[in-house]
Design a protein around this ligand. Structure first.
Ligand SMILES: [Zn+2]
Length: 133
């Protein structure tokens, strides 16, 4: 697991406080939008049980609770389009949206992964990233 992957999972598991964690990732001198976006996209898709359209109650709840303004472009896109289309559109936004996109995706993963840990993984799981400290 890379340092970035570990940082993301620690945020998702509430072992790093959200605001502090997102800042750590975004302010890192090694921050790479495409790399971070791809990791988060894969993590989110993996954490959603429904593999036909990658939608779930927790995914929808996550979008409406993202801790930045709901009128920001990335959130409008997440609300308006199906999951796969939304992620494609997010990947094409300009650099000025990068921070808002990463904050949004970190938040979504925190919610959808928490849901997974409390259901599917509740009685133990073989996901090594769910057993980090
Ligand atoms: Zn697990």
């Amino acid at each position: 697991m890379t340092i970035l992957e570990k940082q993301i999972n620690l945020i998702a598991q509430n072992k790093t406080e959200f605001d502090k964690g997102q800042e750590l990732i975004l302010k890192s001198s090694e921050f790479d939008f495409n790399e971070t976006f791809e990791i988060l996209k894969n993590y989110i898709f993996n954490s959603i049980p429904n593999k036909s359209d990658y939608n779930s109650d927790s995914y929808q709840k996550a979008i409406v609770s993202i801790p930045i303004k709901q009128t920001f472009t990335p959130i409008i896109i997440l609300n308006k389009f199906s999951t796969k289309n939304a992620f494609k559109k997010l990947s094409e936004l300009s650099e000025s949206e990068y921070e808002k996109i990463i904050i949004s995706l970190l938040w979504i993963f925190k919610i959808t992964d928490t849901e997974r840990r409390e259901t599917e993984c509740k009685n133990g799981c073989g996901h090594y990233w769910h057993n980090i400290t």
